[in-house]
Design a protein around this ligand. Structure first.
Ligand code: TYM
Length: 335
């Protein structure tokens, strides 16, 4: 890729919410791709803090989580010189474009969003309008930066489709304003399931701490959680719908080691589930250990963190403002 200049590089955009500890699901489903993509693409990555308040947050905790999520992105090895890395709320165009897009989004199509249905069932006492219109904010996050690809886990596919639909609809009315992005979903790791209930997605907002592995968990905790992972009584290691727990562990092991499912099945043929779970725990712990070591250093230097996210936000806003004003002008606003 040596001959490709910055301007010829394809663009990538993705964001992550700062709600709780980031998990192995976030890592394998999205962040690992963010890291791989930074070499080849012009990447923009954000901490999506505005999204986090669709469910109630405690202010001091939210603040700490925004810092910690940004620090974790750096700890993963994402380079703020190569990529644009910022905090969503620092670039007001996200909220502004979201309003504009919400006027080009139908109530009916938003009502079909499965994440809204799930979250409104879980937070029945706070089904706020933000939770409902969340995908228009996500569409704004994406469309402002005109990315070609958006690396996400499988759970975000539906939101990405609506962002594409909104972009096409707007472009049909006003000409070529937005790029219609392609989802980039990994073949392995796109849907990491809970260790306590493998029919549910692994999620940082799960109350059961044994159901997920946090990227910053200690080696002992990681191995303990894998040892307790729910499996079955069939006693054979196969990637199949009848064995959701074992299949999840095979997927995780494949994503971390790069081995195919068939190779994993062969490696553990004749061995007990205990041996397999320990091997998965150790492979995951070894993969995550350097990230934790980096994180501890980075989070200790708040001054440097602030410098980086401010610089990142300025860089992001220069791009976002252009797209936002172009969209406003097309609609007929006086600038
Ligand atoms: P969020 O913060 O829930 O998750 C961040 C990324 O991690 C992926 N992910 C998973 N992948 C595999 N298995 C899992 N168990 C798992 N859990 C999470 C998610 O798919 C996501 O890629 N709405 C988004 C954040 C967002 C965004 C955006 C993403 C806001 N604006 C613009 C892309 C583009 C969200 O809540 O992801």
């Amino acid at each position: 890729m040596e001959n490709i200049t910055e301007t010829q590089k394809k663009k990538v955009l993705s964001c992550i919410q700062p709600s709780g500890m980031l998990t192995l699901g976030n890592y394998l489903g999205a962040l690992k791709n963010w890291i791989n993509m930074q070499e080849e693409f012009d990447c923009t990555y954000a901490v999506a803090d505005l999204h986090a308040i669709t469910v109630r947050q405690e202010p001091a905790k939210l603040r700490a989580q925004i810092y910690s999520t940004y620090a974790l992105l750096l700890a993963l090895g994402l380079d703020p010189e190569k990529n644009t890395m910022f905090i969503q709320s620092h670039v007001p165009e996200h909220a502004c474009l979201s309003w504009l897009l919400s006027c080009y989004t139908q109530f009916g199509e938003m009502s079909r969003m499965t994440q809204f249905k799930d979250k409104s069932a879980r937070h029945a006492d706070n089904i706020n309008v933000g939770l409902f219109s969340y995908p228009t904010l996500m569409a704004a996050d994406i469309l402002l930066y005109k990315p070609d690809f958006v690396p996400v886990g499988a759970d975000q596919k539906q939101h990405l489709e609506i962002a594409r639909d909104i972009a096409v609809r707007f472009n049909n009315l006003y000409g070529d304003v937005f790029t219609v992005p392609e989802p980039y979903i990994a073949k392995v790791g796109a849907r990491v399931m809970s260790l306590a209930d493998p029919t549910k997605k692994m999620s940082k907002s799960d109350d059961n701490l044994n159901s997920y592995v946090a990227i910053l968990d200690s080696k002992d905790d990681i191995i303990r959680k894998f040892k307790r992972a729910v499996t079955d009584s069939l006693g054979c290691l196969r990637l199949s719908e009848e064995q959701p727990g074992i299949s999840n562990l095979i997927g995780i092991y494949s994503a971390v080691t790069g081995k195919t499912a068939a190779e994993v099945e062969k490696e553990f043929e004749g061995k007990g589930y205990g041996d397999f779970k320990l091997a998965v725990g150790e492979a995951v712990a070894d993969e995550l250990a350097p990230i934790k070591a980096n994180y501890d250093k980075i989070i200790a230097d708040k001054g440097e963190l602030e410098r980086l996210y401010r610089e990142g936000s300025e860089k992001a806003e220069r791009v976002a403002r252009k797209t936002y004003f172009k969209a406003m002008k097309k609609v007929g606003f006086v600038l």
